[in-house]
Every structure is written in structure tokens, then in C-alpha cells.
Design a protein. Structure first.
Length: 182
């Protein structure tokens, strides 16, 4: 679907929202240690080679160190929910590539859409939420999700030599650090 006219079609985004909602309602568990584990993963990413400015990396470490670790509600997530993993045939959306699927907060499946599609076209976010239902992005958890996704993107992309994706990660870091925290 990526690169086709479907990538800007609100009806396709509405269907993708409906499909994600169906995935997310399959199971729900509460995990008391999820937030702590995710904080540790982000700090571990920052210990790997990367091109995040030293002052920014230190700011990220300091901020992560202040985060509370409340119990998290986890659902089945795709882990890479975005148009490149949506197939469209006769205007019907299907999903591929469940290689990153795991139990996580529902909001984590919004991370790539938010930085790649919703920023580009707010109508796509509206359509997606029309299909999905109530927005699961709680302000505090969403901020933590965004920071974690940004760090992981920048460091992983650097490791594999994907400079455009690494640049996206650096943009994500700047935007997340500039966003209000709850």
C-alpha cells in the first residue's frame, strides 16, 4: 500500500483502525513490571553506539530516571502498525508482518502512524480513530511511548546504517522532548 493512492485514503485508515481495534480486544493483562522493563530497554539502547548528541542522550537518561512505573494494561499489539504493512485488495485492508507482535499498551501501535501519517495529514488520524474507537493514548504514557520509540528508532537505524530512518528517529526525539509531559 505504501506509495499508492491508498496511503492517503481516509477510508483505508478507517479500516486499519477497525482491524487494530479487533487485534487489541483479544486479550488484556495488567503487568506491574512493564514500565520498569521498558525504561531499562531505553537506557540499554542509549548505551549502544548512536549519533544522538551527548547532551540530548544525557537529557533522555535523566528524564527516564524520573518516570514512575505504574502497572500497565497490555494487549496484543502488532509492533509495526503502519501503511507499509497493510495490503489493499479491492479496497479491503489486510495486515502483514507480525514479526514484532507482543503484549504492550495499545497506544504503542500508534507510534509510527503518529510520526509518519497523522502529522502529514490529520484527516488520516481522524479516520483511523473513527474506525478504532476511543483513543488509547493517555498523555503521560503516550509521552513515554514516544520517547522510547524515538530512542529505539535512532539507535537501531544507526546500527543498521539506515540514515533516513535514523534521521526520523532524531526528529522523533526532538518532538518528544518538546512535547508536554503529563
Amino acid at each position: 500500500m505504501l506509495g499508492s493512492t491508498h496511503a492517503d485514503d481516509p477510508a483505508i485508515f478507517r479500516q486499519a483502525g477497525e482491524l487494530l481495534a479487533l487485534l487489541h480486544v483479544q486479550s488484556v493483562v495488567v503487568d506491574d513490571a512493564y514500565e520498569r522493563r521498558e525504561n531499562e530497554k531505553s537506557l540499554a539502547w542509549l548505551r549502544q553506539p548512536h549519533r544522538i548528541a551527548a547532551a540530548t542522550a544525557e537529557r533522555l537518561r535523566a528524564e527516564i530516571g524520573t518516570w514512575s512505573t505504574p502497572p500497565a494494561t497490555l494487549v496484543p499489539t502488532h509492533g509495526d502498525w503502519q501503511p507499509r504493512n497493510w495490503l489493499v485488495h479491492h479496497d479491503i485492508v489486510s495486515i502483514i508482518d507480525f514479526g514484532r507482535a507482543a503484549m504492550r499498551p495499545a497506544s504503542t501501535d500508534f507510534a509510527r502512524l503518529a510520526v509518519q501519517d497523522f502529522d502529514r495529514n490529520p484527516n488520516l488520524e481522524t479516520a483511523f480513530l473513527d474506525g478504532y474507537g476511543p483513543d488509547p493514548r493517555d498523555a503521560g504514557a503516550w509521552h513515554r511511548d514516544r520517547v522510547r520509540a524515538a530512542i529505539g528508532t535512532a539507535v537501531w537505524a544507526h546500527r543498521v546504517g539506515d540514515e533516513p530512518f535514523e534521521a526520523q528517529g532524531h526528529r522523533m526525539i526532538a518532538e518528544a522532548l518538546a512535547s508536554p509531559r503529563a
